[in-house]
Design a protein around this ligand. Structure first.
Ligand code: PDD
Length: 283
């Protein structure tokens, strides 16, 4: 595995890093994380990701002995030391304790940052989804490493040779296993409200801003599986993919009825990153 890592004050090649069992992410999934795109020493949409990280740390009372500026500087320093030009940066803050006990009181912070090569490429190829029951709990707004339901759904998607799994609670579509989802219907964009049933994606927010730019009215309201199957377009968003249109769900052709609008919105999401990359590659 190529890549570079920072762990609690030391730097390592990624495959030379071992993490002690006192890290509570192992026993309890007691950790929050962020995934960023990096170019050189610069993190794409750093402020948004760091704000979400600090909000999650507060929600779980996970101690972190750095402020926003210090953690940002540490991420940049790790990226610089990695020597990797375009990267995917993973940051995980967990707690550690001397023994295994459920209560999280009197624990210390435990910080991991990894940097791996990754290049976000533009793509007009439509992706495919499977539908899957959303069997997660009610803390989906917190980006924690408790990802077993997402792992199960993503594995089912891969078995079906699909790219992602779209999750539904009963008939209501929430989000995907590791992305957000929106539909276009009659030139209006719909996406699940940012409550405790979905992760408030940074790219989802960018999509809503792109709607303002393109004068596409949007509504943050739940939609059903059948509304999705009959939608004019379906858009999946995440840091690692930006925005992608969906061509198939459970093997059935979907969308394709508002291609110009869908493609323009996805293009804005990619172009925004491309601009950032341009600025930071030339530094
Ligand atoms: N996944 N919803 C879920 C459940 C996610 O795990 C993600 C991100 C998103 C999109 O959020 P953002 O636009 O901020 O990346 C929505 C990351 C990329 C991951 O776990 O690898």
């Amino acid at each position: 595995m190529s890549g570079f890592a920072y762990y609690n004050g030391e730097f390592y090649p990624l495959d030379g890093l071992s993490i002690p069992i006192t890290n509570r992410a192992f026993y309890f999934g007691d950790a929050v994380y962020e995934v960023f795109l990096g170019v050189g020493e610069a993190v794409y949409q750093c402020e948004e990701h760091i704000s979400r990280l600090f909000s999650n740390l507060r929600k779980l009372s996970i101690p972190l002995l750095y402020n926003k500026e210090e953690i940002t500087a540490l991420i940049s320093h790790t990226m610089k030391k990695s020597g990797i030009g375009e990267s995917l940066v993973y940051l995980q803050v967990s707690r550690c304790a001397k023994e295994r006990r459920h209560s999280a009181l009197n624990t210390a912070h435990d910080l991991l940052i990894t940097v791996s090569p990754y290049s976000l490429k533009p793509s007009e190829e439509r992706i495919s989804l499977i539908t899957h029951d959303d069997l997660r709990y009610y803390y989906c707004d917190i980006k924690t490493v408790n990802l077993l339901p997402s792992v199960i759904a993503s594995t089912e998607a891969e078995k079906a040779k699909a790219d992602e799994a779209v999750l539904h609670r009963g008939d209501t579509v929430t989000e995907c296993a590791h992305s957000n989802i929106a539909i276009l219907k009659g030139n209006r964009l719909l996406t699940h409200p940012a409550n405790n049933l979905i992760l408030p994606g940074i790219t989802r927010k960018n999509l809503l801003k792109a709607c303002v730019k393109e004068r596409v009215p949007f509504e943050e309201r739940p939609f059903t599986v059948s509304e999705m199957m009959e939608a004019d377009e379906i858009i999946v968003t995440s840091t690692t993919r930006a925005g992608r249109l969906v061509g198939k769900i459970d093997g059935k052709s979907v969308g394709g009825r508002a291609t110009d609008c869908g493609e323009s919105l996805c293009k804005i999401l990619y172009e925004q990153f491309a601009q950032f990359k341009q600025q930071n590659l030339t530094l």
